[in-house]
Design a binder for this molecule. Structure first.
Ligand code: PHE
Length: 344
C-alpha cells in the first residue's frame, strides 16, 4: 500500500506539471482528490490494514494529499501568470507607430484680414459696430445724401428686394445708424466690417458679394489731417513701417471733400511696375470729410462738430497683401488655396 501511494504521488505530480490549462488541472483535481478520487479510494482500503500499519499509512496519505495540493496551487499560479502575460502581450501598445493626424481647418484669409484690421483700429481707439445686410433704401442711400433719382446711385448698382428694401451696397449705412443711436453725442469712433452686395458681373476683380470695412469719426475739431494721420498709421501697420500714402481728389455724395487713398506700390517701391500699372501707386480706399448734410440728418450740428469717414474693400487688401490674382479664389473654397493661410 505504501508503494502504491508513493507511485500515485509521483504520477500525479508529473501529470499536474504537464497540465496545459485550467480545465485539465481541474480534471486532475477531481481524479485524485475528488470524492471518488484515487486518494479517497485508497483511504477506504485502510480498513484492511493492521493496527500498527494504520497510523503510518494515515500519515503518508496526509503527506501525499499535502504534496498534491501544493502542486495544484503552484500549477494554478503558473497558469494564471501565463494567462496574464499573454493578455498583456496581446494588448501592448506600439509607441513607435505614427499617430493618426486630426485634420484641422484654417482661418479664411478674409477673416484673417478682418481680424488684423480690427486689431489695428482698436489700437487706434475705434470700436466695432455692425448693421443689417438687408437694408432700407433710407439708410443705404437717403441718409447718406443720396436722395431717390440722384445720379450718383448709378455708382452702386443694387439688388432691390422691394422699392424700399435692398441688399446693402456698402457698409456706410452703419454710419448713419450708429450716429442716430448716439443721439447727437460725441465722440463717434467706429469701424464696421461686413458683407456688401452689388449687381456686378463676377470676374477676376469683381464679385456680386464682397466685404468692406467702413470707418467713421465724429467729434469737435476733426480735420483732414486726422483722416490722413489715421490712414497713414493703418497703412504702415498693415503694409510696412516705411509705407507712404497719397490722397487724390474724388467724389462721394456723403463726403466733402472726398479723397481716394493710394498706397505707394510695395512691389516696386514707387518706380512703376505691373502691379501698380506703372504709376507707382495703388488705390486702396475711398474717404472724405463727412458731408454737413449727412451730419445734420443724423442729428449733429455741422457748425459744432465735424468728422471723417473711409471705406475699403477687404478682398482688395487681402489680394494686395497676399498676392492673390483672382477675387473668386476667396469664394470657391478650394482647400489647396485656403490651406496656404495656415497660421502655423
Ligand atoms: N461707401 C463708399 C463705397 O462703397 C466708400 C466710402 C466710405 C467713401 C466712406 C467715403 C467715405 O464706395
Amino acid at each position: 500500500m505504501q508503494t502504491r501511494l508513493q507511485e500515485m504521488k509521483e504520477t500525479a505530480i508529473e501529470q499536474i506539471r504537464q497540465a496545459a490549462d485550467a480545465q485539465q488541472l481541474q480534471d486532475l483535481r477531481v481524479k485524485y482528490l475528488g470524492k471518488k478520487g484515487e486518494l479517497t479510494e485508497l483511504l477506504r482500503g485502510m480498513g484492511s490494514l493492521s493496527a500498527e500499519e494504520r497510523p503510518v499509512v494515515g500519515q503518508l496519505v496526509n503527506e501525499v494529499r499535502g504534496a498534491l495540493e501544493a502542486a495544484f496551487a503552484a500549477k494554478q499560479d503558473e497558469l494564471e501568470q501565463a494567462l496574464l502575460s499573454a493578455k498583456l502581450a496581446s494588448q501592448s501598445i506600439d509607441v513607435t507607430l505614427p499617430g493618426r493626424p486630426i485634420p484641422t481647418g484654417t482661418m479664411h484669409p478674409l477673416s484673417r484680414i478682418i481680424e488684423e484690421l480690427e486689431d489695428i483700429f482698436i489700437g487706434l481707439g475705434f470700436e466695432i459696430a455692425e448693421g443689417p445686410e438687408v437694408e432700407l433704401d433710407h439708410f443705404n442711400f437717403e441718409m447718406l445724401n443720396l436722395p431717390k433719382d440722384h445720379p450718383a446711385r448709378d455708382m452702386q448698382d443694387s439688388f432691390y428686394i422691394t422699392d424700399e428694401i435692398l441688399m446693402r451696397t456698402h457698409t456706410s449705412p452703419v454710419q448713419a445708424r450708429t450716429m442716430l443711436k448716439k443721439g447727437g453725442k460725441t465722440p463717434v469712433k467706429i469701424i464696421c466690417p461686413g458683407k456688401v452686395y452689388r449687381r456686378d458681373d463676377d470676374d477676376a476683380t469683381h464679385s456680386h458679394q464682397f466685404t468692406q470695412i467702413e470707418g467713421l469719426v465724429v467729434d469737435k475739431g476733426i480735420g483732414m489731417s486726422d483722416l490722413k494721420g489715421t490712414l497713414l498709421s493703418f497703412a504702415r501697420q498693415m503694409f510696412g513701417e516705411n509705407q507712404q500714402i497719397r490722397l487724390r481728389p474724388s467724389f462721394f455724395p456723403f463726403t466733402e471733400p472726398s479723397a481716394e487713398v493710394d498706397l505707394q506700390c510695395f512691389n516696386c517701391g514707387g518706380s512703376g511696375c505691373r502691379v501698380c500699372k506703372h504709376t507707382g501707386w495703388i488705390e486702396i480706399l475711398g474717404s472724405g470729410m463727412v458731408h454737413p448734410r449727412v451730419l445734420e440728418m443724423a442729428g449733429y450740428d455741422p457748425q459744432e462738430v465735424s468728422g471723417f469717414a473711409f471705406g475699403m474693400g477687404v478682398e482688395r487688401i487681402a489680394m494686395l497683401k497676399y498676392g492673390v490674382e483672382d477675387i473668386r479664389h476667396f469664394y470657391t473654397n478650394d482647400v489647396r488655396f485656403l490651406r496656404q493661410f495656415n497660421r502655423g
